[in-house]
Design a protein around this ligand. Structure first.
Ligand code: BGP
Length: 484
């Protein structure tokens, strides 16, 4: 419900809309010269995806972008965040490999279509789909020296070819999820598990932190290129998007749990946030626990990384209660000696359960997180993802399309962000809900539906059915954004 006292609180030029990622929506996985990405390979390997599905077709937005943009317009959005598939643009990925003009043309058409409909594009260069050829050639991001020139070249091609019209760039989406899910848990591409890499001393893997370092440094080089060669003429902004959920102490009066919650925030968010926005280095709590597992920034890297984002791109979905542990839960712990719980000491739940095991509706934590980020980093915040699944969405029935659970989620979170602007003075410039249509949710396949549009995956054209949440969000921003 929109509260009257929040009317007109958001700035006139606040952007709102939906976020998507190439692998999750495009389909056409090998169409018109596209190369194979690590997610194509992962999904085509049996046993990796929950429902055994692949993103070969996804929601066919590669073919249906015009009607999709028309639907976005109907939903009233002012912005649309999508990602470019590197292997669609440079099929083999490398700086000396050929460009696929057909792939670039698709993105150019999409950008034109959005602009013709008054929708501002926000473009992510990397949403997890490394070209498989680079993985095969030198191990992808594990080899920072080989990887950087390839990523920076890819970024340059995108700035050159789309930057006359794209004014909002995001280098990486959730670098921390890419590293932990892909190199520690091994449940995402490229499916490397740190357990496999234990050395004889029983120490744990270093791979996630090596990959994390590559992401940060390559991000910074791409930003340097944009700032030196493009920003003045193209007049856009560029930054990075980090994931982060709120960590609340399990026992709010226990100093150990308070410290543990702060440690959890640092391991999750400040791992990338501090180098970029605060110190040019990793947080001391991480260095203390991880020692040499954490790479060291050279003086040059540190200088390059610090200040390398014009804004804080924030993806957030939920909150956790955090309890202190004396010893790491497992020897290759990546979370700072903490335990994540669903309820606090008083037995209060973090919120109603969605259809996704880690996600519960907890807008109370969203406001706290916005404040934590604002206080620690002090740069404008672009909320680039936030959304939920709901139980029982298996057919486009009237009840499913009247998606009350998702509506309450969005009411809570959009209210929390608007309150953070009004009451706490946090500078928030955008909100992109996750997501526009049901899609291919990575290792969950087609089983997790985050869309405000129901998709019939059985139908040949992946028929779309608007859910009511799309119109509730429209009304909320209609009230909360200031008018001329
Ligand atoms: C974010 C990703 C999105 C999307 C979303 C939903 O971490 O950036 O691409 O997948 O999470 O979560 P999940 O698919 O992990 O359930």
């Amino acid at each position: 419900m929109a509260s009257d006292s929040l009317e007109g609180v958001l700035r006139k030029d606040f952007f709102w809309g939906y976020a998507t990622a190439a692998t999750q929506v495009e389909g056409g996985w090998n169409a018109d010269g596209k190369g194979v990405s690590i997610w194509d390979k992962f999904a085509h390997t049996s046993g990796k995806v929950k429902d055994g599905s692949t993103p070969d077709e996804a929601v066919l937005s590669y073919y249906q972008y015009k009607s999709d943009v028309a639907l976005l317009k109907q939903y009233g959005v002012t912005g649309y965040r999508f990602s470019l598939s590197w292997s669609r643009i440079i099929p083999l990925g490398g700086a000396n490999d050929p460009i696929n003009e057909a792939g670039l043309q698709y993105y150019s058409n999409l950008v034109d279509e959005l602009l013709a409909n008054g929708i501002t594009p926000f473009v992510t260069l990397f949403h997890w789909d490394t070209p498989q050829a680079l993985e095969d050639r030198y191990g992808g991001m594990l080899d920072m020296k080989s990887y950087i020139p390839d990523f920076v070249n890819y970024a340059r091609v995108c700035f050159e070819r789309l930057g006359d019209r794209v004014k909002n760039w995001i280098t990486y989406n959730e670098p921390g999820v890419y590293t932990l899910a892909g190199y520690a848990a091994g449940v995402h591409a490229p499916a490397r598990s740190s357990n496999r890499n234990l050395n004889e001393n029983g120490d744990s893997s270093t791979e996630p932190f090596i990959v994390g370092h590559t992401e940060l440094v390559s991000h910074a080089y791409a930003v340097q290129l944009y700032r030196e060669k493009f920003q003045e003429t193209q007049k856009g902004s560029i930054g990075i998007t980090l994931h982060g959920n709120w960590s609340e102490p399990w026992d709010e009066d226990d100093p150990l749990d308070q410290e543990a919650a702060e440690r959890a925030r640092e391991f999750e968010i400040a791992w990338y946030g501090d180098p970029v926005y605060k110190t040019g280095d990793y947080p001391a709590s991480m260095r203390a626990q991880l020692g040499d597992r954490l790479p060291k920034f050279t003086a040059e890297e540190s200088k390059l990384v610090l200040g390398s984002s014009d804004f804080y791109g924030m993806n957030s979905y939920t909150s956790f209660y955090i309890r202190h542990l004396e010893t790491p839960p497992h020897i290759d712990d990546h979370s700072g000696n903490v335990e994540k719980l669903d309820t606090n000491k008083q037995g209060v739940s973090r919120g109603p359960e969605s259809d996704t095991y880690w996600l519960r509706t907890s807008p109370w934590g969203f406001r706290k997180l916005l404040n934590w980020i604002w206080k620690r980093y002090g740069v404008p915040i672009y909320i680039t993802e936030n959304g939920t699944t709901a139980k029982g969405e298996t057919a486009p029935t009237e009840e499913v399309l009247n998606d009350q659970f998702r509506i309450e989620f969005f009411e809570g979170y959009i209210n929390a962000l608007t309150t953070a602007v009004k009451e706490d003075g946090v500078d928030i410039r955008s909100y992109f809900a996750w997501t526009f249509t049901d899609n291919w949710e990575w290792a969950a396949g087609y089983s997790d539906r985050f869309g405000v549009t129901y998709v019939d995956f059985e139908s040949k054209e992946k028929k779309r059915y608007p859910k009511r949440s799309a119109f509730v969000i429209k009304d909320l921003f209609g009230k909360y954004i200031a008018k001329d």
